[in-house]
Write a protein that binds this ligand. Structure first.
Ligand SMILES: [Zn+2]
Length: 241
């Protein structure tokens, strides 16, 4: 995985998307003095069956901020798209391109934009519309951010000059990963980070929350390790630019 960068922007659809896989790598990066900012398309308000969206949105936002803080991320932004019905299109590309211009990252992290999930656990499972839309729009926005003529209103209305410095977009959860990060140094914080999504996990499983989280993240990293010299890993499909 490239290490010659100082700023990353992680763009995903929902609270918990980064915690289900990427957080161990993010903890390791912030430890090394790198800056990582989170950008979420939605507040995940349609994610809990027993809590109506209006009540759920602020709850999940708070859990996401707590969860980010555990892995050294202090800036968490929300685009306020409606959870579950995010559509790929110009609005989404423009909003993500604007964030890229504001934060000027060299590395962008996002989640699986393909139809199905990667990894042994994912094999054959259909991805969700929000993940596909946000992942694909993020890959596109990395280029949009660098072109002054694609969304000229970002300059005229928001004063956001082009940023053509994105060098890689790293996508987690795909069927065809190309790079890996050692999950061991960040794993304990990754567990604590996912556990901050208390309300979500409580409804998701009857298991003890910590047991569930350790089992899930540990198993996931171990499986990924089969492609990473046997060491637990976080895998990404890296698209260079
Ligand atoms: Zn999600």
């Amino acid at each position: 995985m490239p290490t010659d960068w100082t700023r990353a922007l992680a763009v995903v659809a929902h609270p918990d998307d980064l915690e289900y896989g990427s957080a161990a790598a993010i903890a390791d990066w912030t430890d090394g003095g790198r800056e990582v900012v989170y950008l979420l398309a939605t507040r995940g308000e349609a994610g809990i069956d027993t809590i109506a969206p209006a009540e759920c949105a602020p709850l999940r936002e708070a859990e996401q901020r707590a969860s980010a803080a555990v892995v050294g991320v202090t800036q968490v932004e929300f685009l306020d798209y409606r959870d579950g019905v995010v559509e790929y299109g110009l609005d989404l590309r423009r909003d993500i391109a604007a964030a890229i211009r504001r934060h000027r990252p060299e590395l962008i992290i996002t989640m699986n934009h393909r139809d199905t999930w990667g990894g042994e656990a994912g094999g054959g499972f259909w991805n969700t519309p929000d993940h596909k839309a946000v992942g694909r729009a993020t890959l596109d926005a990395a280029a949009d951010a660098g072109n002054r003529w694609i969304f000229p209103e970002l300059i005229s209305e928001q004063g956001l000059e082009p940023w053509n410095g994105v060098r890689w977009v790293a996508v987690s959860g795909t069927t065809t990963p190309t790079h890996g990060v050692d999950a061991a140094p960040g794993m304990e914080r990754a567990v604590k980070s996912l556990m901050e999504h208390k309300a979500y996990i409580e409804v998701l499983t009857d298991q003890d929350p910590e047991e569930y989280v350790r089992g899930f993240l540990g198993g996931f990293a171990e499986q990924a390790g089969a492609r990473f010299g046997g060491r637990p890993a976080v895998l990404f499909e890296v698209f260079p630019r």
